[in-house]
Design a protein around this ligand. Sequence first.
Ligand code: FES
Length: 101
Amino acid sequence: MPILTVMPLNKAVEVQAGTTLLQALLSASILAPHKCEGQAKCGTCHLFVHDGRKTLVRIQKLENDKLDTLVGVGSKSRLACQAVMGNENVTIELLGFSSGF
Ligand code: FES
């Protein structure tokens, strides 16, 4: 299975292809913000994808429209609730994440 590496926690988890990044994070007990519960409405799950962007399912209109409304969006931006794992490894950076670890 592909590996999802989560920065700045430096945590690596195996993720089945077809899983959203948000599902993968929550399954790994990484409490990424997700106020709208994955509806692409809140933008709190915004993160950067540093490696493996091409293996993720492409950005759809719903995600693109939400990203357009957020501050600090760049070419590496994705919404964790909309980005779906493919078959290759991915490295992400959580933004505004207070872990408490
Ligand atoms: S959880 Fe709200 S946009 Fe992803």
